[in-house]
Ligand binder design. Structure first.
Ligand code: EPU
Length: 422
């Protein structure tokens, strides 16, 4: 295992290239199972989660080549329709092979992902949607078996859950419906840019999809899809994380390159409310620290609302912003593992019932802390940047699951971070 030692007090400036989106790459890689032909996916970030997904695809029979961000996949023949526990337990997003396997093979056997540190993450809506297309679902021995002996049939489905839409659930059903007979209407679909990117990929393969990016997606099934090349969208959460780094530690400005600011409207709005100056071009966002920083109240919501994947990072900013800030997570109300670690660094945070009330202090002080999940780890790195002393963050494998070389990118901006064996 490795840990980071983040030396506090450095200030950042310069440019950083944003990687391709992890959360767009994962379902797009799974969707390559829908064709026998070769697909080339560009800008796949080199992070542990995309590697897990490629292992799952190889296990299912895909041939995979990976070189500098480009992944070439050909799944001429499926060898298996099973995604075993060994692989699924490493990454919940493995469940998004269910839809493509059902569509291509009429069967899928996927281990049920277990509990997760950010809260209960059921897949009932995925299963409801796939059942609606005609799959029989049984759960046995920790595995979910899906079977559609006579193929899938289009249907009108309601995918909304009590916390709103489901991103990977929408993806799963969309990937199943593209090869189903007839028309599928997904009501209550997730509108996230990653869902749109998957739809764009499927459309280029020959699928007939309308309405992706809205709560109603209409799909007319086709009999076959072909191989294509696709470039995944920039990672809006990595970009948001670097914006918060800029808000906390920019000497003058930092500029994010290869980014789509329109995917970050809610994050940019909140950072502006906090006093940061932000300017954008088609492919860049530039941020400078607030001269008179103020806190804010944020509530996470499905896109285009404030993303749950950015709330931990905002807690880091608010921990050192004068005044009171409130962060409420309605999507994953238990996703506050970072708060107790930040308290060890002197943050004044009280969490109750999915809401963190944060009273800004002048400066955090370094302490040994433990990364618990991807975004919580990012929050600890951000806290370490401006803390007094050297913050040791253990279990950084969590951060390597979803951030491509975050330490190197921050070092290029002027941070002082060491990656050392733990
Ligand atoms: N939900 C259900 N039933 C379901 C599915 C979801 O009740 O069958 C609930 C969840 O418990 C949650 C809400 O619906 O309260 C939204 O969950 P969603 O299904 O949208 O989450 P996901 O698709 O499993 C993706 C991202 C997460 C991100 C969420 C929310 C990927 C690979 N993961 O997960 O990303 O937090 O959407 O935006 O796309 C991360 O990158 O750190 C991360 C956790």
């Amino acid at each position: 295992m490795e840990k980071f030692i983040v030396h506090g007090g450095s200030s950042l400036s310069g440019n950083v290239n944003i990687s391709g989106s992890k959360n767009a790459s994962l379902p797009i890689l799974a969707a390559t199972l829908l064709t026998r032909e070769q697909c080339t996916i560009r800008r796949v970030p080199d992070v542990a989660d995309t590697n897990y997904m490629l292992q799952i695809l190889q296990n299912l029979g895909a041939e995979v080549e990976r070189a500098s961000g480009n992944v070439v996949i050909k799944c001429e023949k499926l060898r298996s329709h099973e995604a075993p526990y060994d692989l699924v337990r490493k990454m919940r997003a493995s469940v998004c092979v269910m839809g493509p396997l059902l569509a291509r093979h009429n069967r899928a056997n996927v281990s049920l992902p277990g509990g997760c540190v950010i809260g209960d993450r059921p897949i009932d809506l995925h299963l409801k949607g796939l059942e609606g297309l005609g799959a029989e679902v049984t759960v046995e021995g920790g595995n979910v078996n899906l079977e559609a002996r006579f193929g899938l049939n289009g249907n009108t489905l309601d995918m909304a859950g009590k916390h709103g839409a489901t991103v990977l659930g929408t993806d799963n059903v969309m990937m199943a419906a593209v090869l189903a007979k007839g028309k599928t209407v997904i009501n209550g679909a997730a509108c996230e840019p990653e869902v749109v990117d998957l739809a764009d990929f499927l459309i280029s393969m020959g699928a007939k999809i309308e309405g992706a990016g809205t709560p109603v997606i209409e799909i007319e099934g086709v009999t076959e899809l072909g191989g294509v090349e696709h470039t995944v969208i920039p990672d809006r959460i990595e970009a948001g994380t670097f914006l918060v780094a800029g808000a906390m530690a920019a000497k003058d400005t930092i500029t994010l390159r290869r980014v789509k600011h329109e995917h970050l409207t809610s994050v940019i709005e909140v950072l502006k409310q906090c006093g940061c100056e932000i300017s954008t071009t088609d492919t860049t966002i530039t941020i400078s620290k607030a001269k008179n920083p103020v806190g804010a109240n944020i509530t996470t919501e499905p896109y285009p609302g404030f993303p749950t994947d950015m709330q931990a990072q905002m807690c880091s900013l608010f921990a050192v912003t004068p005044g009171l800030s409130v962060v409420r997570d309605t999507i994953f109300p238990q996703r506050f593992m970072h708060a107790s670690e930040m308290k060890r660094m002197g943050a004044d945070i009280e969490v109750d019932d999915g809401t963190a009330v944060i009273k800004g202090v002048e400066q955090l002080s370094a302490a040994p802390v433990m990364a618990s999940d991807l975004r919580a780890s990012a929050a600890l790195v951000l806290s370490g940047l401006t803390a007094k002393g050297n913050t040791e963050i253990s279990r950084v494998y969590h951060i390597d699951r979803g951030y491509e070389h975050i330490d190197d990118k921050l070092i290029d901006l002027g941070a002082s971070i060491e990656r050392v064996p733990d």
